[in-house]
Design a protein around this ligand. Structure first.
Ligand SMILES: [Zn+2]
Length: 297
């Protein structure tokens, strides 16, 4: 049996796991995100302790990280966290650190690309070559899988900051993104809902006008993604998407906004298949880090 380590590195915690696949998990731990000097050695200690306890050798590690990160192997900054607002983590060489400490192959990508790979391997996007994982929570982000591989390009996609129609008569709220104000994340993230209505998403009842607005913004974004990348599936995760009924509003409006332009049965009659919740639930990211590690085989 082959063993892999996975790390889902987020703004508040690192979820670390040693597993072969989602059904064969050896150990897991959560480590608070403080500073690289404190957090990264604790990840190494966990992995080495699991290896010693079980007498196993880990083949590769997958790192799904908050960003922005550098994924261009031709640059000297490959494997770094780059311009993150978390100052302690800015310009941290993550990949070289893990290579030096563990001496095994290190796969590195965004947390959302890892989650997408997890959904492709074991979740609700199996048998899809082209699909998108979108998370709507504290922030908004997305991993785009194109022809089976995460799309990187110039840097990596940052779909949370796409611009979407903002009707200021319907929604005078100016948005909270420090870079763009009323981009997708600025209008539709959990903190944006909280700032607009004075209550967190989970405190707003199902018939609150917040959800018509929220589903508009998400559906515009999904229509843009469908038109731009032609995915076979869009997986919608994150805390805000746990709101009962929200995904149904998003499905209905995405189809309505596209207005028959994409003539495919996935849009026209199978939108419940086209837009889905994560099959791995909240575990998409950490299990996705295992899927990411397996790309090193
Ligand atoms: Zn923005």
């Amino acid at each position: 049996m082959s063993w892999y380590a996975g790390v889902e590195a987020g703004g508040t915690k690192f979820n670390c796991i040693v597993a072969s696949d989602p059904n064969i998990i050896l150990d897991e731990i959560r480590i608070p995100t403080t500073t690289p000097q404190e957090t990264l050695p604790r990840v190494i200690d966990f992995i080495k302790a699991v290896e010693n306890k079980h007498g196993i050798h880990i083949e590769a590690i997958g790192l799904g990280f908050f960003g922005p990160i550098c994924l261009d192997q031709n640059l000297p900054t490959y494997g770094f966290i780059t311009s993150t607002p978390k100052l302690a983590w800015r310009n941290t060489p993550v990949v070289s650190y893990f290579q030096k400490e563990l001496n095994i192959p290190v796969a590195f990508d965004t947390d959302v690309a890892a989650a997408a790979l997890g959904e492709g391997a074991w979740g609700n996007a199996t048998n899809c070559s082209d699909f998108i994982y979108v998370t709507i929570g504290t922030g908004i982000g997305g991993g785009i899988i194109s022809n089976g591989h995460p799309l990187h390009g110039m840097v990596h996609p940052e779909i949370g900051h796409m611009f979407i129609p903002h009707d200021r008569l319907l929604d005078p709220f100016e948005g909270i993104c420090p870079f763009h104000r009323d981009c997708f994340e600025g209008l539709a993230s959990g903190p944006s809902i909280n700032a607009r209505w004075g209550k967190p998403a989970e405190g707003l009842p199902a018939d609150h006008p917040a959800w018509q607005l929220e589903s508009n913004y998400i559906a515009y974004a999904l229509a843009n993604l469908a038109l731009s990348f032609s995915p076979q599936r869009i997986i919608l995760g994150g805390g805000v998407m746990k709101t009962p009924g929200l995904i149904d509003l998003v499905r209905e409006k995405t189809v309505r906004f596209l207005n028959g332009y994409i003539q495919n049965e996935l849009i026209l009659s199978r939108v419940n298949t086209f837009i889905q919740s994560p099959g791995l639930g909240d575990r998409a990211g950490v299990l996705g880090a295992i899927a990411l590690a397996k790309t090193q085989e």
